[in-house]
Design a protein around this ligand. Structure first.
Ligand SMILES: *Cc1c(COP(=O)(O)O)cnc(C)c1O
Length: 455
């Protein structure tokens, strides 16, 4: 059924896609040879393509969706706002939805975070945190504190500053000459420990490396940045319990700011509103994005403490102002839908239901361990990474050119499931409100897809 007469038929769309579009993170040489899946509609946890087939949205439309597609409350919030105004600026003006959302965010944020600075994507939220940390020390008269420390396998977005603090060689290596220098500490990735140790005896030796680096360079270090609990884009690397809390202590002891990038893990993904809560950690700067609008519109925020905010106050001629802003900063429509998103999340049984699904998922992932080419299954909340390896014993990966992850997700697609691989890690990240039936379909279909491809 065609509803919009300006949208042409499917063959034309395929041709135009291949002719005019350049897709993100996509090896286009392969893309041009495959028929693209074109989505025209979404309902709850499902997506429909232009030929009318339905699929499970197994990655929440790239980690953003919370309450499903087309939620009546979120739709209503948008409609109500658009009657008022679609956009007005926060530069020199203000408006009700941006104000209200800021208040709501501060109410739920980890203790000590008191100010909200808006932007429009996770990467910009990170850029802002980096620039705030840098300028904070400059404003305090300590401009020598200007370097950053990040982790191996880190992903903080694709703008140049965010890539500078990134640590995924495949994504980031080519841009090295363009980036500012950072310190890099080992990732607490026990399955592939870069220190070649085992959790049974190492006592988090990686943390010790981090501590030594920070102690040695504390006079010149502005901030540490990390993804709390799970390094998402690197393949759902789940950190050992207690790591985050220890990192916070090291930052505090050495007077180095802590930036928590909760763009992926925030808004319920790990089973609590924010990942930091699970280790009772408050960062100095918190980056939010993705799930903030329930997956409806691009909006991001960087939250910080009153202490950092106050360091930016001063006479005009002191130039302590934070000279940063994006044109669509704090867009009213995006803020309106974000307010409604939070309202739904704060209903008293919301997290109870999520917890039940997390527990069910945990059990249902056990059989994956016995599949021949599954090296490790990682889960935190409703985030799952299933790492495929050529050799389970040696953990040897498949050659890149076999595109095993890609093969598996294409097979899953035949079973009505949309998932995305991160290299050879199959990611499951359904909307938080997915039904148990939907979750079962997702898990079983993925299992069968891996079984079929890895025969
Ligand atoms: C996705 C992601 C980003 C970047 O967000 P964009 O909206 O794609 O710019 C930053 N940090 C983390 C941890 C992410 O997962």
């Amino acid at each position: 059924m065609k509803t919009n007469p300006s949208i042409p038929d499917s063959q034309l769309l395929v041709d135009w896609d291949h002719t005019y579009l350049w897709h993100p993170f996509t090896p286009m040489q392969y893309w041009e040879k495959e028929k693209p899946l074109i989505i025209q509609q979404g309902k709850d946890y499902r997506l429909q393509d232009i030929e009318g087939r339905w699929y499970i949205d197994g990655v929440s439309s790239l980690w953003v969706n919370v309450h499903g597609h087309g939620h009546p409350k979120l739709n209503w919030a948008l409609k109500a706002q658009i009657k008022q105004i679609a956009h007005s600026t926060l530069l020199g003006l203000s408006h009700p939805t941006a104000i209200t959302l800021a208040k709501d965010l501060i109410r739920i944020a980890p203790e000590g975070l008191k100010r909200v600075f808006y932007s429009d994507s996770g990467a910009t939220a990170v850029e802002i945190a980096l620039k705030m940390a840098f300028q904070y020390w400059a404003n305090l008269g300590r401009p020598q504190k200007k370097s950053f420390i990040c982790l191996e396998n880190a992903y903080h977005g694709d703008t140049v500053g965010a890539v500078s603090v990134g640590g995924i060689p495949l994504f980031h290596q080519v841009y090295r000459p363009l980036l500012f220098k950072t310190f890099q500490a080992p990732s607490p990735f026990c399955y592939r420990c870069s220190l070649k140790m085992e959790p049974s005896y190492c006592q988090m030796a990686c943390l010790d490396r981090l501590r030594r680096l920070m102690e040695r360079h504390k006079e010149t270090m502005a901030a540490l940045i990390l993804e709390p609990l799970v390094q998402g884009a690197a393949g759902m690397i789940c950190h050992p319990v207690g790591y985050l809390k220890k990192v916070r202590e090291i930052c505090t002891r050495n007077n180095i700011l802590m930036i928590a990038d909760e763009v992926a893990v925030g808004f319920g993904r790990t089973g609590t509103m924010f990942a930091c809560e699970q280790e009772k950690v408050s960062p100095d700067l918190l980056c939010l994005g993705k799930g903030l609008t329930g997956g409806y519109l691009p909006l991001a925020a960087t939250l910080t403490t009153e202490k950092i905010y106050r360091a930016f106050l001063g006479k005009v001629e002191e130039a302590k102002t934070f000279f940063h802003g994006h044109t669509y900063t704090g867009n009213p429509l995006a803020c309106a839908v974000a307010i409604a998103n939070l309202e739904l999340m704060l209903k008293k049984d919301f997290f109870l239901k999520v917890q039940k699904k997390i527990a069910w998922l945990n059990q249902s992932l056990i059989p994956f361990q016995n599949l021949p080419y599954v090296g490790e299954v990682r889960q935190k909340g409703l985030m799952v990474g299933i790492e495929l390896v050529k050799d389970k014993k040696t953990k040897e990966p498949f050659p890149l050119k076999e595109r095993m992850g890609h093969q598996v997700i294409m097979e899953a697609r035949n079973r009505g499931i949309i998932v995305r691989p991160l290299g050879d890690v199959i990611v499951l990240m359904p909307p938080l409100t997915i039904s148990l039936k939907g979750l079962k379909h997702l898990v079983q279909g993925t299992y069968q897809a891996i079984q079929t491809v890895c025969k």
